[in-house]
Unconditional design. Structure first.
Length: 367
């Protein structure tokens, strides 16, 4: 996919934020750390240690529950083997995280209270007190949990910015070279449409994804709600604000409904939506459009689309600022990923890790 076709930026979501810490992706899929030694006299509540610092079973269990997420809500319980495998992965991420935090502390880069408070205020700004409390409860987390995770995220970012990102330079020559070797990436075969959407469905959900927690539960409610939203848009209210507060598409509602760029060939799969969008000028919105389940061939909801911009097919020139920015970001991210992988390898080689939970699983399954 051409790197010009960027995905919309995501706003804060507490559950995905907490999952970040227990996913291998946070640390760029670091390989399993070596288990050093076997301390058979350890406290049963301690599942691992990093340079003598204990990671408690309660931490692992909390992260495990957060990682389960929707699967647990939908009662898709893992088998015992799957559960232990997931706990191992979760614990591994906690170990990796602790290594990072210890390194940052040695370099005096731990996030300050002022930095945490400032980031927390920014994160909380879109919500009322009641809405924020509701999201805490819905995600089974506390204010202390959120601030704890914020501090660790900010600390990791400070460390990586100092040790990695500050050392990466992308020159004009690098950009030109990349463009000349990858011109096809900047040749849009299709016209691309930058779209936003407001979506309402008739399917109940505990997590509608909007600030108001607003959700239709049947077709009659969906029709009534989408018409009320269309009336507000027609009266001049901001599309993004309406989407954030009322759209039921959890992937786009937090971003004001931003869908990113959609290729014309993809839109042709729904002739009605295609016809409606291609008639729009930037800034205009469609009428209410039905959302049809292609398999059941029935209407399951309704949507309103906004055309933000249109990108015609053709070759993008190197002088286009968007092309240059996309290339710089691509090159920076590639180098950053490589350096982080090497950096984490060095840090883990220096760390003494004892993984008692892994030892416990091995012993129980080996007999």
């Amino acid at each position: 996919m051409p790197i010009l076709l960027t995905e919309p930026a995501h706003s804060f979501d507490m559950r995905s934020f907490r999952r970040t810490y227990v996913s291998a992706g946070v640390l760029l899929a670091i390989a399993l750390l070596p288990v050093v030694g076997c301390n058979r006299g350890h406290n049963a509540d301690v599942v691992a240690t990093v340079n003598g610092h204990a990671i408690m079973r309660s931490e692992m269990d909390k992260a495990y529950t957060a990682q389960l997420g929707d699967a647990q809500q939908q009662q898709q319980q893992p088998s015992p083997e799957q559960a232990d495998s997931l706990r191992l992965n979760v614990l591994q991420a906690l170990i990796n995280e602790e290594i990072i935090q210890q390194r940052a502390a040695k370099m005096n880069l731990t996030a300050t209270n002022e930095e945490v408070d400032a980031k927390f205020a920014e994160m909380k700004a879109p919500y009322s007190e009641e809405q924020f409390d509701q999201r805490l409860k819905a995600n089974h987390t506390t204010l202390d949990d959120v601030k704890h995770d914020l501090r660790r995220t900010l600390t990791m970012n400070k460390l990586l910015n100092k040790e990695i990102n500050s050392k990466i330079t992308v020159t004009d020559a690098d950009v030109t070279s990349y463009y000349n070797q990858h011109k096809s990436e900047f040749n849009l075969v299709d016209t691309n449409y930058h779209l936003a959407q407001i979506q309402v469905t008739d399917m109940p959900s505990a997590q509608p994804g909007n600030l108001q927690g607003s959700k239709a539960t049947n077709d009659a409610e969906a029709k009534k709600k989408i018409q009320a939203l269309k009336n507000r848009l027609d009266s001049g209210e901001d599309f993004g604000a309406i989407a954030m507060n009322f759209s039921e598409q959890p992937d786009t509602a937090p971003n004001g409904g931003d869908m990113g760029f959609v290729a014309e060939s993809r839109m042709r799969s729904d002739p009605a939506i295609y016809a409606a969008i291609t008639k729009l000028k930037p800034g205009e919105i469609t009428d209410i459009m039905p959302i049809v389940d292609p398999q059941a061939k029935k209407t399951v909801g309704y949507a309103i689309y906004k055309l933000i911009s249109r990108e015609p097919a053709g070759q993008r020139d190197l002088n286009d600022p968007r092309v240059q920015q996309a290339i710089r970001q691509q090159l920076h991210d590639g180098r950053s990923q490589l350096l982080k992988a090497a950096y984490f390898e060095m840090l883990r080689d220096q760390a003494k890790v004892e993984n008692f939970f892994a030892e416990q699983i091995f012993k129980s399954d080996a007999h």
